[in-house]
Design a protein around this ligand. Structure first.
Ligand SMILES: Nc1ncnc2c1ncn2[C@@H]1O[C@H](COP(=O)(O)OP(=O)(O)OP(=O)(O)O)[C@@H](O)[C@H]1O
Ligand SMILES: [Mg+2]
Length: 183
């Protein structure tokens, strides 16, 4: 049996940037192409693996390192692992990169203004911008942009379907996914 190459797609970006939305479009396409996929999304992780952790730098880092630990195990076993934590600190993302063999960092890029004005499904930016939420990434907490990610998605310029297509194309380029045989 030929071994399937595992990899981790690590979506990073502000809350509301579209990490989960884009991941939810990428996942069925990977499955359609025969991959075993395991999502480790921020929201789900925080209710299980990282239950009880808050949003201080220390707790955020612990959350990321736990996700990276599990992602590494899955990736080593041929799984297409999809992580969607905000992961605001460069050094901690780099630690995840160092731990995980095949690491595809995708910066889901959107400005605070764009999200606050046009998205903000949970109304959190409104509160954060009014000073009502401490440690809110992009407003009252830092977000360190990736310097050299495998892919940067400008979400203001393209819809989630286009972004998902760009992720799949990048995986093909990186030879982590066979090119689709197009008729
Ligand atoms: N061009 C776009 N790309 C991605 N999402 C968009 C775009 N335009 C609007 N949206 C909307 O923005 C929202 C993004 O929310 P989503 O939950 O995917 O963000 P997230 O990055 O996973 O945030 P969190 O870190 O809070 O989990 C969705 O409601 C989505 O429909
Ligand atoms: Mg999300």
């Amino acid at each position: 049996m030929t071994e399937t190459q595992g990899f981790t797609i690590w979506f990073t970006g502000l809350s509301g940037a579209g990490k989960s939305t884009i991941a939810d479009l990428v996942i069925p396409e990977l499955e359609r192409r025969g991959r075993v996929v395991e999502p480790l999304d921020g929201d789900v992780v925080r209710t299980h693996l990282s239950k009880g952790l808050g949003f201080s730098k220390e707790d955020r880092d612990t959350n990321i390192l736990r996700i990276a630990f599990v992602a590494d195990l899955l990736t080593r076993n041929g799984v297409a692992t999809i992580c969607c934590p905000i992961s605001p600190y460069k050094e901690t993302r780099d630690a995840a990169r160092a731990q995980i063999g095949e690491f595809v960092e995708v910066h889901v890029d959107a400005t605070v203004a764009e999200i606050a004005e046009h998205r903000d499904p949970k109304g959190l930016y409104k509160k954060a911008l009014a000073g009502e939420i401490e440690h809110f990434t992009g407003v009252s907490d830092p977000y360190e942009e990736p310097v050299n990610p495998e892919l940067r998605l400008d979400t203001a310029g393209r819809d989630p379907e286009e972004s998902a297509g760009a992720v799949l194309a990048r995986l093909e380029e990186l030879q982590l996914l066979p090119d689709e045989v197009r008729a």
